[in-house]
Design a protein around this ligand. Structure first.
Ligand code: SAH
Ligand code: SF4
Ligand code: F3S
Length: 473
């Protein structure tokens, strides 16, 4: 990627941002104007949207879910696969229409797609009605961009990451569970993946700042934190301060927050000590999302994943041995260039061996600028789709089987809120991250309560509350 290196130009500290906000008397500028925000992609992007929301609210905006009502449309995009690109440009078509009726409508695009040079060119050439394009490294520039909005399209995207900001303010979606960034970017450069280009090199936050954030969340009444990173097991490697992910996990566990989760794990950096810490602390949830990507060592090598099928299985066996009730989920890509039926069979073999609780499965999507996108591919899309279907059938069978094992059991569930479709029900998650729907009782939201599992389905469980006041364990 060849975006301008404006590192020098953007040495804006958090303090300066704060000062600017005072200067502009933010609340008045967009008072009661409505914003419409769509977020695509991973939890990291969702969490970025919580930062974006906070800025918009500081500017006086209020949220709407009706596109036609909005004064600002903001799309926080994802670049991981081509299908998001199509969705985003589909949305832009609707916005273009709306802007004809509402010329003052502001259209802004952020997130990983705006870090892609080809996307920027596409917006410049074909979508001149888009007002603002900002990147993943300069979310904090959004207030300035809105306040100083020019007549012409403004592209404010940097190729260089800049410093980590601390004390970021978020408008969090939940008062019960919170995302906590522990690191930004990724250094792994898997050959198919765009993330290292859109999010930059790995940058870990300092351990003490993360622990402080968790302590504050606990004080505010949060029950659960999810530590976020593209490769959490590599946490700290870039800092070289003598601590790593196991130390972070242990320190976060010692805050005594009720529940700790973390995503995403990478098999390459997963050490035995980390498994021991997860097994030892009751408030670290027995749930590990461990992307496999492929079960064929030949394909794994071409993907640049740095582990073999055998090493992956060995790691899973160790995890299952030390954390007996662990729930294991994964990501799998089918149809990597020139994947043979034998390669695919090896993926199925690993699925049978690991018996995942669930999995996200994808058809390989070539991403411009990545090494894999240059490999000529002899596998037809029909073959890829057919493999995906076969894989999903097996994955779903295991999901149902795993869920069935919970029928009749009493498990702790953190109740998160009302079920959107049925107001007489609430929903929550087991410590193993399984979704449970439960008939509502007074005052249950925000609590960890014992729930008897009545019926298991492939993607959720039905349960009922049995009594109050019991914690994880
Ligand atoms: N950092 C995490 C996940 C990153 S993106 C990890 O290393 O596992 C989430 C998932 O999207 C990946 O695990 C992978 O399965 C999938 N993915 C990434 N790039 C893709 C591509 N080009 N085509 C299809 N799926 C892809
Ligand atoms: Fe992408 Fe690999 Fe980094 Fe995950 S570890 S974000 S798949 S490059
Ligand atoms: Fe997508 Fe960017 Fe996340 S590409 S998956 S939003 S890091």
């Amino acid at each position: 990627m060849n975006l301008p290196n404006l590192k020098e130009a953007r040495k804006r500290t958090e303090k300066q941002v704060e000062e600017k906000q005072v200067d502009y008397n933010l609340k008045e500028t967009f008072k009661n104007k409505k914003y419409f925000l769509r977020t695509y992609g991973c939890q990291m992007n969702m969490h970025d949207s919580e930062e974006i929301k906070k800025f918009l609210e500081m500017l006086g905006f209020v949220e709407t879910n009706v596109l036609e009502e909005s004064d600002l449309v903001l799309l926080n995009t994802c670049a991981i696969r081509e299908n998001v690109h199509d969705k985003v440009f589909g949305y832009l078509g609707r916005c273009k229409h709306l802007k004809r009726e509402k010329p003052d409508l502001i259209i802004a695009i952020g997130g990983c797609m705006s870090q892609e040079e080809n996307v920027i060119n596409e917006i410049k050439e074909k979508h001149p009605y888009v007002d603002i394009v900002f990147g993943t490294h300069n979310i904090s520039d959004l207030p300035r961009l809105l306040l100083e909005k020019k007549e012409k399209q403004e592209i404010d995207v940097y190729s260089i990451e800049g410093d980590i900001y601390e004390n970021i303010l978020y408008s969090r979606d939940s008062k019960i569970t919170a995302w906590v960034n522990i690191m930004y970017g990724c250094d792994k450069f898997c050959t198919y993946c765009i993330v290292p280009y859109t999010r930059g090199k790995q940058r870990s936050r300092r351990l003490e700042n993360i622990v402080k954030e968790v302590e504050e969340l606990k004080k505010e009444g949060y029950k659960e934190v999810t530590l976020l990173g593209q490769n959490v097991n590599a946490y700290g490697k870039d800092l070289q301060l003598g601590y790593d992910f196991k130390d972070l996990l242990e320190q976060v566990a010692k805050t005594n927050i009720d529940r700790i989760r973390f995503v995403t794990s990478h098999p390459w950096d997963f050490t035995d000590e980390m498994i021991d810490i997860i097994a030892h602390y009751k408030n670290i949830m027995p749930y590990i999302h461990l992307p496999l990507q492929s079960g064929s060592s030949r394909i794994l090598k071409q993907m640049g994943r740095r582990y073999t099928k055998e090493e992956y299985i060995e790691l899973v066996n160790k995890i299952k041995e030390k954390i007996p009730n662990v729930s294991l989920t994964t990501d799998i890509i089918v149809g990597f260039p020139n994947e043979t039926e034998e390669d695919f069979q090896e993926t199925l073999e690993v699925v049978h061996t690991c018996q995942y609780d669930s999995a996200f499965t994808f058809i390989y999507s070539p991403r411009e600028g990545t090494p894999a996108s240059l490999i000529p591919d002899n596998v037809t899309i029909e073959e890829k789709e057919e493999r995906l279907q076969r894989l999903n059938t097996i994955i779903n069978q295991y999901s149902l089987e795993k869920n069935k094992q919970l029928e009749g059991k009493i498990v702790p569930v953190l109740i998160l809120g009302e079920n959107e479709k049925d107001k007489n029900k609430v929903y929550g998650y087991t410590d193993t991250m399984k979704l449970v729907n439960i008939p509502k009782k007074e005052d249950c939201i925000g609590k960890i309560l014992p729930v008897k599992i009545i019926e298991a389905k492939s993607f959720s469980l039905d349960g009922e509350l049995v009594m109050e006041g019991v914690k994880n364990g």
